[in-house]
Design a protein around this ligand. Structure first.
Ligand code: SF4
Length: 78
């Protein structure tokens, strides 16, 4: 499973980072980005910044996507 964020829709509330801090991080521009370990998918973000979800984090990522007020967390299976 992979995940990306559409930063154009992100409200910057930080809910995703609270639920799954291993996968999501809020940066100094006030927007959330996905991570793969130490690597932050910022340039480019959006659909080009597709991070593999680590084992055991899938449920937290799904919950984040469900709770996300911007509805801008997108999960891709496969
Ligand atoms: S939960 Fe959604 S809107 Fe909120 S910071 Fe994360 S990606 Fe942005």
């Amino acid at each position: 499973m992979k995940v990306w964020i559409d930063q154009d829709l992100c409200t910057g509330d930080g809910l995703c980072e609270e639920i799954a801090p291993e996968v999501f991080t809020l940066l100094d521009d006030g927007l959330a980005y996905v991570m793969e370990g130490e690597k932050i998918f910022r340039d480019p973000g959006g659909p080009q910044g597709l991070a593999v979800i680590p084992a055991g984090q899938e449920e937290a990522v799904i919950e984040s996507a469900e709770e996300c007020p911007g509805e801008c967390i997108f999960i891709e299976v496969g």
